[in-house]
Design a protein around this ligand. Sequence first.
Ligand code: BGC
Length: 440
Amino acid sequence: MKSYVILISVVAALGGLLFGFDTAVISGTLNFIQPYFGLSEAGLGWTVSSLLFGCIVGVLFAGKAGDRYGRKKVLMLAALLFFVSAVGSASAHLLIFFVIARILGGLAVGVASILSPMYIAELAPAKYRGTLVSLNQLAIVIGILVAFFSNYLLVDTGENNWRWMLLVMAAPAVLLFFSLFLVPESPRWLVARGKTREALHVLTKTSGKEFAHTELKEIGQTLQHQEESTFRDLMAPKIRPLLFIGIILAVFQQITGINTIMYYAPKIFANVGQSNDSALLQTILIGGTNLFFTLVAMVFIDRFGRKLLITIGSTGMMLMLAGLSVLFFTNQTSGVLVLVFILGYIAFFAASLGPALWVVAAELFPNRLRSKGMSVAIISLWIACIIVTIVFPIMLEKLSGGITFLIFALICLANLLYVIRYVSETKGKTLEELENEFAK
Ligand code: BGC
């Protein structure tokens, strides 16, 4: 694999790192911003979720702007927004400014959540596309881990500790902005804009001289005589099934419970009776497991394919959740087995649905509609994320842990059956081959 392609993917994946960091950093600040801004529990909930609402707008915006101005320029804008959000939230003295800064961060997360994986998919040679796009998920996981670590290290820095925690994000934002100057625009976008020579230049550098001409021709064919796309084009008979697959997989990635487990883990760890350092221990165990198994996915996703990985992963997630449910039903939640099931669940997610969803969403749609199709799929992901975050604590309280985790286990089963029945394998083929197979 060419080091140039790796460099491009790493730069784009910085968007994923900021996505992970920004969504996770807030958890360490809660105990401090609540008294500072005088927030009730509900007020705190709204303040925290303001980011998620920003995400939805960001994804919608990126779906259109990514086509009009190019993937790279819009990612640069996201880097600026991350920076403004970091500085703004860290220096806010009034709640309204804090919330506005967090919403701006949400916009950036939304943009990065589709443009980073999409940009990598459009530049990566087919053979390594799965691994390279998964780099984005690896970066998300690293971002989460870095946020937890830096929060842990900064917690004792006095009354402004939460400001420092939030400010840390400015550094990767600046890095993303400037490193984007080093990478080219997506060749698929260049062809769509009639910049064929530039596209050929990029393809020669990413795929080699010989392959570049063939690829350029194929990209050109998929984009011939087409006017600028609209969101309505996603409802065309050939595209609609792809849209459904994108939406359903994205929703499954959330409603199979990953973020509930990630958020709930601290309580479970508390039950198991960890000492003061439990925060650090959790970070290492959960983050480390997540990281390691994302690497496992990166090794296998182009060999075994996306479908097999999701099939194995969903089965494992289902079994782990079922185990957790049994422990809750039988009141054995204070033993070490709880940890085993939680970490097992995270491992299966990280090795399958975690990265694979982003990979499939980035390669499912034809060139002309990729940006818009992916944006609709990922908006569904964020909406599902918001709903699960709101509903989960209520489920736990009203239904008990046993039933709640049983429901999540059944959702994993549904995901498994859906993937086996409806999702086709995408590994190893160029985006144009996939387009000819799925959308022609
Ligand atoms: C998901 C996030 C999740 C993260 C955890 C991502 O693929 O979309 O919701 O928090 O993985 O690793």
